[in-house]
Design a protein around this ligand. Structure first.
Ligand code: MET
Length: 762
């Protein structure tokens, strides 16, 4: 029985890679120094895995930016617009080309934008999207995979297991840049490079090679299924003597089980955390001699493994296949969990005893093997920790559980229909047609961030800090008045982050000091940990909203983060369904909404930017998710009277296929990202005859560019041809937190002007 690991976090315990890369980009360290940092990190990672007793230790799982981009460089898939980076400046290296593709390049008289980036399946990791052209050919370009393999041999004293993004998933992750073909048709052209890679790896002494094929666990067309058969048949035919392991994760194989189980490869990896029931399905289908790698340790969450459960699955496989055909592994690459729990010195010891980060998870894989070989004490220890967690008073709040159990249909329902609410709100607010507003945050400048840092260090008292935040809030209220915006916001200066801020004020959340997880490139996030029943000990935003409202006779929107977004951007409990945790958060937010209303706030926005990204990977599971997610939003929004206007905000919005559910949220107003798509999205809302009010973003806040009055007028005119004018709002795409003040002012002035013009024209 072998132990297997699919991938390891690469940014370093103290984000060493982030720092080194950023210094390299700033020209402060040389490429040689950057590679030294890489070697240092790799060495530590490999030795940690070796010490934990992992047999199949990955190499080529390291990346300076992204493993999909690495694959593009490996197979020479470099869009032509980046070639000048090497030809124009002879001093540039392959690495500079690589970073140019990842981040754009503005030097040497060149100005090329970065390649597109998007989310890696349902994680918060972002990859660089490969681009494909008809009849494109490929050739081996970057030899990083060999270099890393050689380096691992030096460190480990034996062969590591190189990890390659599999050819079918590599193609499916990309995008066609021209019409008239499907990228999967390029498989024939791509495969020779993979075969070359494998043969060279074998010559260098590789025994096992891992192909990541997450798409095998997704919905596939017939053509895509055939591509799988073809690819791995060819690999087997042309690469004798190398052991191939195909890794699937994030979902179960479902209808692809027979396909996966009979692929001509040596081993298949299954994610038994996400889909434990697939073991029953796959075992009888598995072709003779093939091994199974059982992903029993959760690579997506931070809880200690439940050894009883894992052992049951492992034993089931051993009984059928024999020990020599079973591998023990984490469910997916450990890239998605923080590095090392031992570095957390401030977590309560009770909570810490429930957790495992990457390093501890490797230990768990080793432990499971040791238990199967007779080490009973390890099992006992694990059972004790699990029992303590089950009964902990920190987790279980009977009052919270009773409250979610008692939620009624009515709790998820506003008092009256939208039409009658809309009438009442018109009369209440007397807003003009095309009312102008913003999404909530205003520039978080260095001095605002410093206030928080100084408060943390004790250089400011709480009172001094609050005074400074009040000053910033007052200034931004006066400023919005001077711009003649119709509905104001308080600016969110008191918030570090839209989830962390609420997590810190709610019960049931814990925070780490070093729990960094790579989000994209050098950017890392530190998701909060939801460990227990969630409740709201006291009001969270009332103080700031009422302060802002007290300064002005204009309406100030209250500003909250919605339950689904808080869930999505945290590590969540594994001891109850996600839907239950979301409902608990929904009740806490509902209480906040009611408190805001009671304190005189008449418009309240509940942001749900993450609703779309929470969608399950398989379409068959969408509806079940949407049912509870939309319900949670409605519970959070429905405690108020008809006259109180509920807004929601969404970005990254590809809503076409879930528009009925968006409508079902029944927010009085939805604001969203549309400007980059020239209001295309609105067409879907129009086709659906979406009844409630909408604020389609009229300009893109992701760039410092100031939009002209004319372009916003024309977007609004287009919107007014699609939806009734009386239902339209005017606002930017998203919050303005990352912008600077001068461009924000220019842009909003133009936006207000555009609204005026459109009001007169219509
Ligand atoms: N209210 C939030 C803001 O303006 C919404 C952000 S959505 C990613 O920053």
């Amino acid at each position: 029985m072998l132990t297997n690991n699919l991938g390891y976090p690469r940014v370093g315990a103290q984000r060493e890679l982030k720092k080194a890369c950023e210094q390299y980009w700033a020209g402060k360290v040389s490429q040689h120094e950057l590679f030294q940092v890489k070697s240092q990190l790799l060495k530590q990672n490999w030795l940690t895995q070796q010490a934990a007793g992992i047999d199949l230790i990955p190499s080529n799982d390291f990346s300076f930016y992204d493993q999909v981009l690495d694959m593009s460089l490996t197979v020479g898939n470099i869009p032509a617009r980046y070639s000048p980076v090497l030809t124009q400046n002879k001093g540039n290296s392959e690495l500079d080309l690589y970073f140019a593709m990842a981040r754009g390049y503005q030097k040497d008289g060149l100005d090329v934008k970065a390649m597109e980036m998007t989310k890696w399946f349902d994680t918060n990791y972002h990859y660089i999207v490969p681009e494909f052209l008809p009849n494109q050919t490929f050739s081996l370009f970057s030899t990083k995979v060999f270099a890393d393999f050689e380096e691992s041999k030096q460190v480990l004293g034996h062969a590591s297991k190189p990890v390659l993004l599999g050819p079918v998933s590599y193609l499916l992750l990309g995008k066609e840049k021209e019409a008239g073909f499907h990228r999967i048709e390029l498989l024939q052209n791509l495969l020779p490079v993979y075969i070359q890679l494998l043969n060279q790896l074998r010559e260098r002494g590789a025994v096992w090679v891992q192909f990541d094929e997450p798409f095998l666990a997704m919905d596939l067309t017939e053509n895509e299924k055939k591509a799988y058969e073809y690819a791995y048949r060819e690999i087997k035919r042309q690469c004798a003597g190398i052991k191939t392991l195909v890794a699937t994760y994030f979902e179960g194989l479902h209808d692809n089980a027979a396909l996966a189980a009979t692929l001509p490869v040596c081993a298949l990896h299954l994610d038994l955390v996400r889909a434990p029931q697939q073991l029953d399905q796959v075992l009888p289908l598995l072709s003779k001699k093939k091994s199974l790698s059982l992903g029993v340790v959760d690579g997506r969450n931070i809880w200690k493994n439940d050894y009883n459960q894992s052992l049951e699955l492992l034993q089931q496989a051993i009984d059928q296949l024999g020990e020599e055909r079973v591998m023990i592994a984490p469910s997916c690459s450990l890239l998605h969990v923080p590095f090392d729990l031992d570095l957390e010195t401030k977590l309560s010891p009770e909570i810490k005893n429930w957790l495992a980060f990457a390093k501890q998870k490797l230990q768990e894989v080793g432990d499971l093997q040791r238990i199967l070989h007779g080490d009973e004490a390890l099992l006992l220890q694990n059972q004790q920790a699990a029992a303590l967690r089950k009964q902990s008073a920190l987790i279980h709040k009977p009052a919270v559980k009773a409250r979610t159990a008692a939620i009624t249909e009515q709790d998820a329902q506003r008092h009256s229909s939208f039409a009658s609410r809309q009438q009442k709100q018109y009369e209440e607010f007397q807003l003009p047609l095309f009312p102008t507003t913003t999404i909530g945050s205003f520039p978080q400048t260095a001095d605002i961030r410093q206030l928080r840092a100084r408060l943390k260090k004790g250089e400011l008292t709480q009172a001094q800090y609050e005074q400074e935040i009040e000053r910033a809030t007052e200034e931004v209220i006066r400023w919005q008045e001077s711009l003649h915006l119709d509905v104001l916001v308080h600016g969110e200066f008191e918030r570090n982050d839209m989830v962390e801020y609420f997590g810190e004020l709610l019960e049931g959340f814990a925070f780490t000091q070093n729990g960094w997880v790579q989000s994209y490139g050098s950017r890392c996030v530190k998701p909060p940990v939801i460990y227990g029943d969630v409740s709201r000990p006291e009001a969270m935003t009332v103080r700031w909203s009422t302060y802002a409202q007290s300064l002005t006779s204009k309406l100030v929107k209250g500003m909250l983060t919605g339950p689904v977004t808080i869930l999505q951007w945290s590590f969540v409990r594994d001891d109850q369904p996600r839907s239950e945790t979301t409902l608990q958060i929904a009740l806490a937010i509902r209480d906040e909404v009611v408190s805001l209303e009671e304190s005189g706030i008449r418009i309240i926005q509940i942001d749900e930017p993450a609703i779309r990204e929470g969608l399950p990977l398989r379409r068959a599971h969408w509806q079940a998710y949407l049912d509870w997610a939309i319900k949670a939003f409605r519970v959070s929004a429905s405690g108020v009277k008809d006259e109180t206007q509920i807004h929601t905000h969404m970005c990254y919005s590809e809503f076409n296929d879930i528009i009925a559910s968006i409508a079902d949220m029944d927010a009085d107003v939805i604001t969203m990202e549309t400007s980059r798509s020239q209001m295309e999205l609105l067409e879907a809302f129009a086709d659906f005859a979406y009844p409630n009010e909408i604020g389609p973003g009229v300009y893109d806040i992701h760039s410092p560019r100031v939009p002209s009055v004319e372009e916003m007028v024309s977007l609004l005119e287009k919107a007014a041809t699609l939806l009734p004018a009386r239902n339209l709002w005017v606002n930017p795409d998203c919050g303005l937190k990352t912008r600077k003040w001068p461009e924000t002012e220019e842009s909003l002035k133009n936006m207000v002007q555009a609204a005026r013009i459109v009001r007169e024209k219509i």
